[in-house]
Every structure is written in C-alpha cells, then in structure tokens.
Design a protein around this ligand. Structure first.
Ligand code: NCD
Length: 311
C-alpha cells in the first residue's frame, strides 16, 4: 500500500483486510505497552476536514502522534484560504508541499477520488459526502471480527446475519461497510424507512457478489436472529426539507427492551455520533460495542498511516 491513496473500500481484497487487521492488533499492543512508537518520526499528516468530526479527526491525529509523527490540523476550514474561495485542488497541491499524507473529509461525493488523482502524496478518504467512509468501514469490520472472537487472519462470516439500521440512503458508513461485508458472503438485512433505503446501485453491487439481501421497514423481523446490529443516525445535514427529516429522525430507538429480544452474544454497533438511536441505558449492556469500536478506529488508522507511508 506504500504511496497509495485510500479512496474506496472497493480497492481491498480479503487478504488486504486480514493484513490490515493484524497490523492494527500490533498497533494496539504497541500502544498498550509503550504508549507511542517512532515508526513515522519526522512524517507529517495534513488533516483536512471540511465537515464536522470528532472521532475521525481526533483518531487520525492521535494515530499519527502515537506513531511519532505530527499533524497539520485544518479542521476549521473557515480559518483557512478555503473561506477565500480556494479550490480543493489548490488546497491539496498546497498541502502536498508541506505534508506526507492527507486525510480528507469533504461534503461532496467523489471529492476524495478527485483529490487522489491530483495529489503527489497519499490521500485517505475520511468521508466524502454521501459517498464512502472506507476507514470507518475497516474499523467496523475489524470490530465485528474481534467482538465475535474470530481470528483476524482467517475469519468466516458466511453464517452471519448483519442488520444495517437507519439512514441507509445518506449514511456513507453503511455504503462502505455493506460493500466490505459482501466480500464475505454475509446475509445483510437492510432496515430503514422507505424513503431512506440503500441506493439501488449499492444493492446491485452486493447482489452481484452473491450477498443475500433482505429489505425491511421494521427491526422486529431480523432482530432475534441477528449477530450484528449496526445502527446509524439519520443524516440531518443531507436533507433539503427539514419536515422530511423530522418525520423520519426517530424511526428506530434501541432500548434495553429491544436488547432483551436479541441474541445473548449479539454485537451492537454505531459509528457515532448518536442522536437518539440508542438509549443511554443500553451502554452498560456488554453487547454494546460502540465505545470499543471507536477505540479500534485509532489502531486501524495507525495501521493505514504506517502502510501508506511505507513502513
Ligand atoms: C459518521 C460519518 O461522519 O459519516 N461518523 C463517523 O465518522 N464516525 C457517521 C455520522 O456522522 O452519522
């Protein structure tokens, strides 16, 4: 992966994923034992975020710093030349002069591919509008493998039922995760309001890979048999019509009562931020994996940064 950009999950094979996951496990061990290492000493990451972020931006920064490198944080683009009308292309070319890698979050789908096509340094897509969020999907799959107690280098997910719940239309995390899951013959249950279904072109990719897909409007059907329940926030910022958002925002709320009807070893995940999708009294349930999931994000991003910067 040296020198390569990470734009879409489509670029990964199951072998690549196993490799990334074993490097992430080594990173976790290194952090637990030593706090930080000097693998990327002297290297600089530009963290260029045109949209709000807490976990993705801070875990990229923490990952780079724990690898001994440093970060140019541009998380408030309004204080940069972007607010003077600078184009993405000029900003990327500028950051190429100062940094060794760029993590980019941008409101437009396709922006990461555009940036990667002109950048002399690796660009890592940290979310491109309603497009993809590949590093999130990697940490999500890594979390699934770990929570289910599987071997990161040889896992079989063929008997698994995964429910993707919430805003499947605008949620870029599910766009990327569903495509990764389809590499493993997982059965995927899509649960959303009618107006927020997974885009047809992504459904087509999944079915063309032999993935069994079921579409639901209620969680009741797949709840008792699912192995992984992946909840998402309704993406308010993507709606033109506030009323439309209001009508769907609280479609699904997971409570202890919901959890009582799920498998004893089910894994409950959420990319966060949560708005109202999971009630706080679910947090103490051992099946609630979302805080471990966000921690895994740092180890996955450490692995990716080390790999694209050639270590
Ligand atoms: C997600 C995102 O930005 O797409 N957040 C994240 O990166 N963890 C999900 C969301 O904003 O709902």
């Amino acid at each position: 992966m040296e020198g390569k950009s990470i734009v879409s999950v489509d670029q990964f094979t199951p072998d690549d994923l196993s490799h990334i996951f074993s490097v992430a496990q080594e990173m976790r061990q290194a952090v637990n034992e030593r706090g930080s290492i000097d693998l990327l000493k002297g290297k600089i990451l530009a963290n260029l975020f045109y949209e709000p972020s807490t976990r993705t931006s801070s875990s990229f920064m923490a990952a780079m710093q724990r690898l001994g490198g440093s970060v140019i944080p541009i998380t408030e683009v309004k204080y940069s030349s972007v607010s003077k009308g600078e184009t993405l292309v000029d900003t990327i070319r500028t950051l190429n002069s100062y940094s060794d890698c760029i993590a980019l979050r941008h409101p437009q789908a396709g922006s990461a591919a555009l940036a990667a096509s002109i950048s002399r340094k690796p660009v890592i897509n940290a979310g491109d509008g309603i497009g993809e969020h590949p590093t999130q999907a990697l940490l999500d799959l890594f979390t699934i493998v770990e929570e289910l107690g599987l071997q990161s280098d040889s896992f079989d997910l063929r008997d698994m039922n995964v429910v993707l719940l919430g805003d499947l239309l605008y949620g870029r995390t599910v766009h990327s995760l569903s495509k990764l899951l389809s590499l493993y013959g997982v059965t995927v249950h899509l649960v959303s309001p009618k107006t927020l279904r997974l885009p047809q072109e992504i459904c087509d990719v999944l079915t063309s890979r032999g993935c069994r897909l079921f579409v639901h409007e209620n969680l009741e059907g797949p709840l008792s048999t699912c192995d992984v329940l992946y909840a998402t926030r309704v993406q308010k910022e993507r709606f033109d019509d506030e009323k439309m958002y209001e009508s769907v925002k609280d479609s699904y709320v997971i409570t202890p009562e919901t959890m009582s009807r799920a498998k004893k070893n089910m894994v409950l995940m959420h990319p966060f931020p949560r708005v109202n999708e999971i009630s706080f009294d679910v947090d103490s349930d051992p099946r609630a994996a979302y805080f471990r999931q966000m921690e895994n994000g740092m180890y996955i991003r450490m692995a990716l940064l080390a790999m694209v910067m050639g270590k």
